[in-house]
Every structure is written in structure tokens, then in C-alpha cells.
Design a binder for this molecule. Structure first.
Ligand SMILES: *Cc1c(COP(=O)(O)O)cnc(C)c1O
Length: 387
């Protein structure tokens, strides 16, 4: 290894890194190895020790390119892809937990991840405590002798709360606890949790990594120490990524840095505009100086993506539904991270613990002026109706 070499840029990783065009007839795009098995010229050669592929549930060349790119993006030693974000999350958790273990989980983490811990892994004797998680003391107070995992998500995807990752990870380390973070919101472009001390990073690649709302996938990025256990979950529980879906994520990754910077620019414009609007109570976006954790956000992230929430002065459900129904450019739907703008009415817990009605919006790649004009007419419509 050349020690003088510059670290790879995100753009290099997303374009050339991990690919060997000369091995695929010079094809600039890697092929989709859409095969279940790999054959060998002799019985002797048919061993993994000979460096061969054997069966796609264990490994596949297309998926391996994706693993290499995602590991490099996160600054991790290795990565494994899964059939969904939830398959990645469950593999990460199950690789660490056994009966009698205790997990401390952020209370606003992605709901199915919380349900997995509370309703599913509880059947196997795993206990969970939910905490706000914006202070390291929350984790400290929840500690038990059998605590094995801190499950983090920073920022969370509805109320955009952060955890102080360096402090939380150093607490975990001093107690031999594994930290797992869902980094879907920021993507590695804006946050690299392993550099802040996190052990295992999971993503729903169905969001920004894919970026085109056309594929469901997940990934676990981690160190050599943990990858073997993750690989075992993958091959035994079997939630592997289909090679074609992997190829779609590879295609999405080509533009990941470019898209994320555009999402950031657009989202900041819309968030700043909303913050000035008379119908808006509060905008929850860590990229705004008004966010209570803005300083922490700037320390542990290098940018901000396109998903955020805002609450309304008219604090009732019909008002939020009215605004969403009046929007024309924004689609109404769950998920996010694609090119398109989305909106949903939502009951949002503000930083002070107050529940308020508002909207969760994903700011896509449309011209932000058009999105603002659309939001303006929708808010006016709802205000008129509320009078
Ligand atoms: C969508 C999502 C997931 C789950 O990912 P799937 O690919 O839908 O299984 C996990 N975490 C966050 C924050 C998400 O938004």
C-alpha cells in the first residue's frame, strides 16, 4: 500500500472503486451475476480456499462490488448487503444478542426496529429499554449488568433528534457494549459513524443509497471483528440481497454525492422559508441554527439530507391533513430518499416533549422555488379553511 496516497473521495468510491472492467470484457458497467450457483472445472478447484464463488446465498461478484463500495464509503473494513434495511438491522442485532441480554434503544428509532426489539426479540429473552438519547446520561442511567447493545439512530427520521455519538460510544466501549447505528438519514456522505467510535453501521439502502424509489435493500458496514458474525446471520437466516437489486443500488450510488448535495441545498431553502411562515410553529431540521442540537450536528455531521419535519400553529390533525392534501408537487407517501418530494401528516414530538401535529417532508430534486410555491398555496389553503 502506498502510504502517501490520498484517501479515496466519495466520488471515486461511487464510480471506479471495487470494479475490474478488464475482468468483464471491458464493460464499463459491471454485469449482473444473476446466477444461483458457480461451477468449477474440477472437484479440487471447487473450494472456497481456491478463491472461487460457490453459491449466491454466500457470495456473488455483483454484490461483492457493492459490499466493497459501501464499506469504503463508511470507512469500514467490510460490509454485507441484505434484502432490506430491516434484514440488515435484524442481522446486526441478532449477531450480537443472545437470551438474557439487554438493549438500550433510542425511543424515536425507526418503528419496525423498535418493534423487532420489543415484540419479537423479547420472545427470545432479550430485554429493551427506550431512552430519549440526546444526552449520554440517558444511556448511563439505563445501563444494566447484562446490557450488550446500544441501538442508535442519529438523526431520527421523524423528529430529527441526535445522539452525542462520541460520548455514547466511549461509554459503550468502557462497558464492553456494542454500538449499532442506523445511518440512513445522513448517509456516509454526511456522517461516518465508525470514525466517531460506532461499531456497526446499518442502512436502509432503499432510501438515498438507491435513490430512485425502485429497490428495497439494506447493508451492514463494520470491522473485521464483527463481519464474520454478520456473514453468518446472512447465510443462516438467509435475507440476502438479490444480485439485480444490488446492481440497481450500484447504479444509484453513481450519483450519491451529487444527489445528496442537491437534496441538502433544496431542503435548506425550503426549511428556511418554512421557518419564516406565519402558519408554522417550528421546523425540525438539524441544518438550521434554530435546531437545539445544531452545534452537535455540525460537529458530528458534514451536511444534512432532505428529510425533515415541521409543526403547525393550528395544532390539530385536520390542519396537517389539509395541508398535505392541498399539495400538488409533493407526493403523499411513506419512505423517502428518492428524487421525488414527499409529504405526510404526522404527530411529532418536539424537543421539549410536546406532541404537535405537522408534516414530515422529503425534499427531492425538483426546483426548490417550485416546492416553496406549492407549500405556500397549501399552507394558505389550510389557513383559510381553519378560520
Ligand atoms: C426505511 C427505513 C428502514 C427500513 O428499511 P427497509 O429497506 O424498508 O427495510 C430503516 N431505518 C430507517 C431510518 C428507514 O427510514
Amino acid at each position: 500500500m502506498d502510504e502517501e496516497r490520498e484517501p479515496l473521495s466519495f466520488e471515486e468510491i461511487c464510480t471506479r472503486w471495487g470494479e475490474e472492467p478488464e475482468r468483464y470484457l471491458g464493460s464499463v458497467v459491471p454485469p449482473i451475476f444473476q446466477n444461483s450457483l458457480f461451477t468449477a472445472p474440477s472437484v479440487e478447484a471447487r473450494s472456497r480456499r481456491a478463491g472461487r464463488y460457490i453459491y449466491t446465498r454466500e457470495s456473488n461478484p455483483t454484490t461483492d462490488i457493492l459490499n466493497a463500495k459501501l464499506a469504503a464509503l463508511e470507512g469500514a473494513e467490510d460490509a454485507r448487503c441484505f434484502a432490506s434495511g430491516m434484514a440488515a438491522i435484524s442481522a446486526a442485532l441478532m449477531s450480537q444478542l443472545r437470551s438474557g441480554d439487554h438493549v438500550v434503544c433510542v425511543k424515536h428509532a425507526y418503528y419496525p426496529a423498535r418493534a423487532l426489539l420489543q415484540d419479537y426479540l423479547s420472545r427470545f429473552g432479550v430485554e429493551v429499554t427506550f431512552v430519549r438519547g440526546d444526552r449520554v446520561e440517558d444511556f448511563e442511567q439505563a445501563l444494566r449488568p447484562n446490557t450488550r447493545v446500544f441501538y442508535l439512530e442519529s438523526p431520527t427520521s421523524i423528529n430529527l433528534w441526535l445522539q452525542p455519538l462520541e460520548e455514547v460510544c466511549s461509554l459503550a466501549r468502557s462497558h464492553g457494549i456494542t454500538t449499532i447505528i442506523d445511518n440512513t438519514w445522513a448517509t456516509p456522505i454526511f456522517q461516518r459513524p465508525m470514525q466517531l467510535g460506532v461499531d456497526i453501521v446499518v442502512h436502509s439502502a432503499s432510501k438515498y443509497l438507491g435513490g430512485h424509489s425502485d429497490v428495497i435493500a439494506g447493508v451492514v458496514c463494520t470491522s473485521r471483528q464483527h463481519i464474520e458474525a454478520i456473514h453468518r446471520e446472512m447465510t443462516l437466516v438467509g435475507g440476502i440481497l438479490d444480485p439485480f437489486a444490488g446492481w440497481l443500488i450500484l447504479r444509484g450510488l453513481r450519483t450519491l454525492p451529487t444527489r445528496l448535495h442537491q437534496h441538502q441545498q433544496n431542503a435548506l431553502k425550503v426549511a428556511q422559508w418554512l421557518e419564516q411562515h406565519s402558519a408554522v410553529h417550528r421546523v425540525l431540521y438539524p441544518g438550521l441554527p434554530s435546531h437545539p442540537q445544531h452545534d452537535l450536528a455540525r460537529r458530528q455531521m458534514s451536511g444534512f439530507s432532505g428529510l425533515f419535519s415541521f409543526t403547525l400553529k393550528q395544532n390539530w390533525r385536520e390542519a396537517a391533513v389539509g395541508v398535505v392534501d392541498a399539495l400538488r408537487m409533493f407526493h403523499i407517501g411513506v419512505s423517502w430518499g428518492g428524487y421525488e418530494s414527499l409529504a405526510l401528516p404526522m404527530l411529532i414530538e418536539d424537543y421539549d416533549g410536546e406532541q404537535r401535529w405537522g408534516l414530515r417532508v422529503h425534499i427531492g430534486l425538483e426546483p426548490p422555488e417550485r416546492l416553496i410555491a406549492d407549500m405556500e398555496q397549501a399552507l394558505r389553503h389550510a389557513e383559510d379553511k381553519g378560520r
